[in-house]
Write a protein that binds this ligand. Structure first.
Ligand code: FAD
Length: 570
């Protein structure tokens, strides 16, 4: 790159004797001119975001024919699965972040970083509009300066934001757990609560209110935070704040019938049982209607009665919604009614050229997949009889799966009943192989599958795999342009350049506190307890993005085992 050539020439200059300085300067200016000429020929790739998807794309990209610009208001990557551990001091905030410049400096391709937020995307002119994350010294404005950046390829990986469902009082009264600053704020607030409750001249009721911690949302984040807090109370508060420890109350409010409802039922049952034993109050089927400075109001499912409870601290963790940038962009490209940016199987944003979206801000459009499958059936009906046997259907399914790998995932998923069963349901239990169904019936069955098809979950695992997949496509863009390796094109002739994105689910964890973790591994293998906790430690240590953070995280775990948590709140 231009930058490394300059550095190289400078090193030459410093190491050589004075007589070589002029020569080195000549090399420098030639090199810069050469590098600039090369840079102008390079395709400009702009990456928005330094989270899981953006970082994974950058780490895996190694084609030097691109000039890459990363734009993100955050100049570091956060290992989000360990954010709950930061809230009570099990792990330090600094241990789970990696400066993005550390990541890009190791690349031997031309990558630069801009600490700015993208405020508008204009796909027609292939430009993005940005605002610097910090105001520069020579402006009076508190807001950063605005500028535009042109691109040949745009990679949108801006993640999502907390969804408050417009519940009154959430903004302003609740904590969120999405960014590293959120985890640090929660940590300070938890410690402050114990200090406040230990002050003299407070009534028992006031102390109880201060030490009432409410978690809204029984998903993995809410459950993990509750477990961390409960551990902190049992292991550290007991020694540090013995006079108030018995006044602590943790409440989890969940709108559906179970916590961790995206996990296997065995895990849900175990988690609910464990929380009961740990004295964590789990309120199922309960909706939060309003939050004021002092009280949280809830309504039980099917009841009109509202109950208000005093609280000291609330963590709001009920899911994600799209950022304003993405909402505006979706409206602009006619996707205003969608949940997230719709892409095709190759992560290309529908209706835009050379714009890709991945991670929490995007979703692969399943409807198009279903339409395409219906079309495949139609084409398989060569004699135009309007019918296909289920046998024929099962044969062409292999072809479908080759084209759309995720179909296989859904077919296997327990949530979607066997597709053939759906097809033959209406016909009773006759020999499945010979049943004839009309194309229309296939289509109806497909719409059943469609309604049951789940979008890929908004997880780091998906974002990480998508980033790596897209980088591999970019690495081999020219090669695959000449020799396409993807499935035959459905509309049009020839083959697709690449294979479509294929998600491999590697399992998921739900740490429950007390050194117990629930693990749901591929093949619906469930493991709960101390052994899974050790698996969790080893996997999360191995998944760190650098040896630096790996060393820091492991030493934090060891420090906590030996000395307990740091309760200074700084
Ligand atoms: P993010 O990682 O959120 O990154 C988005 C990036 O975009 C950030 O750098 C942000 O600064 C930047 N950005 C935002 N706005 C703009 C803009 N306008 N312009 C430019 N850049 C912008 N997943 C798992 O698989 N396993 C887990 O155990 C797990 N635990 C989690 C625990 C917590 C507490 C949380 C919050 C999430 C957890 N997740 C987990 C989910 C996982 O973190 C997300 O799915 C993942 O971060 C999504 O990656 P992303 O790259 O799409 O977005």
């Amino acid at each position: 790159s231009g930058g490394s050539l300059i550095a190289y020439a400078e090193a030459n200059t410093n190491n050589s004797n004075r007589g070589h300085v002029a020569h080195a300067d000549a090399i420098t200016s030639n090199s810069i001119a050469h590098a600039d000429a090369n840079a102008s020929k390079k395709k400009k790739v702009v990456v928005l975001g330094t989270g899981w998807a953006g970082m994974s794309f950058l780490k895996n990209l190694n084609n030097s024919t691109y000039e890459v610009k990363v734009v993100s208001p955050r100049n570091f990557f956060v290992f989000t699965p360990l954010l709950p551990s930061v809230t009570c001091g099990k792990v330090e905030a600094r241990s789970i972040v990696e400066p993005i410049r550390n990541i890009i400096r190791k690349k031997n391709i031309n990558v630069s970083y801009c600490e700015a937020e993208c405020i508008k995307i204009d796909p027609a002119s292939k430009k993005i509009y940005c605002r610097a994350a910090r105001a520069t010294l020579n402006t009076n404005s508190k807001q950063g300066e605005e500028f535009e950046v042109g691109y040949d390829y745009l990679i949108i990986a801006v993640g999502a934001q907390v969804n408050t469902f417009n519940t009154p009082g959430v903004e302003g009264n609740c904590h969120f757990l999405k960014e590293i600053e959120d985890a640090q704020k929660i940590r300070r607030n938890v410690i402050e609560s114990f200090e406040k409750a230990s002050l003299p001249n407070l009534s028992e009721e006031e102390r109880k209110k201060i030490l009432h911690f409410v978690v809204v949302g029984g998903g993995p984040t809410g459950v993990e935070f509750s477990g961390e807090l409960c551990d902190f109370v049992n292991e550290d508060v007991l020694k540090l704040y013995p006079t108030v420890q018995h006044l602590v109350k943790i409440t989890v409010i969940e709108a559906t019938d179970h916590i961790l409802n995206m996990f296997d039922k065995r895990i849900t049952k175990f988690a609910e049982g464990k929380f009961l034993r740990d004295d964590i109050d789990v309120k199922l089927g309960s909706m939060v209607t309003k939050i004021t400075e002092n009280e949280i109001s809830t309504k039980a499912k099917g009841s009109d009665k509202t109950t208000s409870t005093p609280y000291g601290m609330v963590l709001w963790s009920t899911g994600i919604g799209q950022r304003p940038l993405i909402k505006d962009f979706m409206k602009q490209i006619g996707q205003g009614n969608r949940r997230a940016l719709a892409t095709d199987e190759w992560l290309r944003v529908e209706g835009c050229d050379n714009v890709y979206a991945l991670g929490d801000c995007a979703t692969i459009n399943q409807r198009k997949v279903v339409e395409d499958i219906a079309e495949i059936f139609k084409r398989a009906d060569k004699d135009n009889s309007g019918t296909l046997t289920v046998k024929k259907f099962t044969e062409i399914m292999d072809d479908v799966i080759a084209r759309y790998p995720q179909v296989k995932l859904y077919m296997k998923s327990k949530r979607v009943r066997n597709f053939v069963d759906i097809l033959t349901e209406a016909k009773g239990n006759a020999a499945k192989e010979t049943i004839e169904l009309s194309i229309e019936e296939f289509k109806t069955a497909l719409s059943v599958v469609d309604s049951k098809m789940k979008n890929l979950p908004a997880t780091a695992q998906v974002a990480n795999q998508q980033g790596a997949y897209l980088a591999k496509c970019f690495n081999r863009m020219e090669e695959c342009e000449k020799n396409p390796e993807g499935p035959p094109r459905f509309r049009g002739t020839g083959r697709h350049r690449f294979h479509p994105f294929r998600y491999r689910h590697l399992g998921q964890f739900a740490p429950l506190g007390g050194e117990k973790t629930a693990a749901q591994l591929p093949g619906d293998w469930v493991s709960i307890g101390h052994s899974s906790q050790w698996l969790w430690y080893s996997i999360y240590a191995s998944k760190q993005v650098s040896w630096r953070t790996r060393a820091l995280v492991v030493s934090d775990w060891i420090r906590r085992f030996i000395f307990g948590r740091d309760a200074s709140g700084i």
